[in-house]
Design a protein around this ligand. Sequence first.
Ligand code: GMT
Length: 411
Amino acid sequence: MGSAAVGGPRPHLYFPAMSFFSPPSASVASTLGPKIAVLCHTGAGGSGVVATELGLKVADAGHEVHFVGTAMPFRLTGHQGLRGPYFHQVGGFAYALFEQPFPELSAANTLSEVILEHGVDLTHAHYAIPHASAALHARSITGKTRVLTTLHGTDVTLVGTEPAFQHTTRHAIERSDHVTAVSHSLAAETREVFGVDRDIEVIHNFVDSDRFRRIPDPGVRARFAHPEEALIVHVSNFRPIKRVEDVVQVFARIASEIPARLLMIGDGPERARAFELARELGVIGRTQFLGSFPDVQTVLGISDLFLLTSSHESFGLAALEAMSCEVPVVASNAGGIPEVVQHGVNGFLSDVGDVDDMAHHALKILRDQETYQQMGQAARRTAVEQFHPRLIVPQYLAAYRRLAEQSASTF
Ligand code: GMT
């Protein structure tokens, strides 16, 4: 990228913006529609997963897609090709005077370069902070991109409501050219929390049901459980909002009644506490902490039950991925989860923190083969009939087309 070459000698803490597989200039690549830049969080987390899976589908549909991030989004690794999607690593500069880095400014700077060099028509910012703000900044700098912001959950319900970010989040929501939310619950909460009355389009998350499907491989399953044991799984970033201690509490109640194993997938600040609790409750020998790994579908494809005990959840993508693998879900009745998990049909819902009720529901599924099979099949049907990419991706493509046709009146 041009910026790497300008400005003379650099102190050693300068790291240039870097492009990977990128076409050399705006004129070279041909594209079927608007060119799109995508800004997202790059570590394991629902918003980055949605951004990546969507970017890959949109690139498949013939669009030129440019990911811009501090690192390659974890699900993008290995999926890039010469025809995209392309990845541009955000540059930065750590100067002794700066007490903290400025991620929003660095992202806006790299994004501006990408917009100008590649003729990007619109920027899809996943998560309000800092991505929508960075995209708006790049829009002011270049005068050339529309901004579509997708709200994912904690950007509104947790981070965005913090006094430290209230004004910037509201500004990002109000000034984006178009805003989507991943559930009706999140759209309503956004209007309520920020008092905004603008249109917020609801576009639910999706799951690739060809990849996320049941593959009851006895070899893989034997790696985690004996044939007579129920295999229970939880996937998250182990943040306080996930209440992972409740997962362990529910599992301990299940394991006191039937042979069972628990797989904890992911990592985060509450992992150590969950580990300790499993030890205290005497189930550590039946609990495996697998950490973060990308091949989550293989484990979901052999599991029997998914637990999601969050105090708040705008959608629950991890639960949907499990459902696509015919795994019923026992979850808390919070936020947008009921838009995915239907009580008594493809899983069960309990009040937040009611671990006895969750264990009761889990045992109801695991003890009765017929209930287990019916719910597993219903879960798969929900994933395929309501949340398949063929239903959801066109909604984003239509929004992209509408935005690309708009005049630049909002700059
Ligand atoms: O759940 C998290 O903490 C990660 C977070 C994210 O932004 O990466 O997930 C949010 O976005 C996902 C994708 O849209 C949703 O499925 C999750 O429900 C949502 N998390 C919360 O609302 C807590």
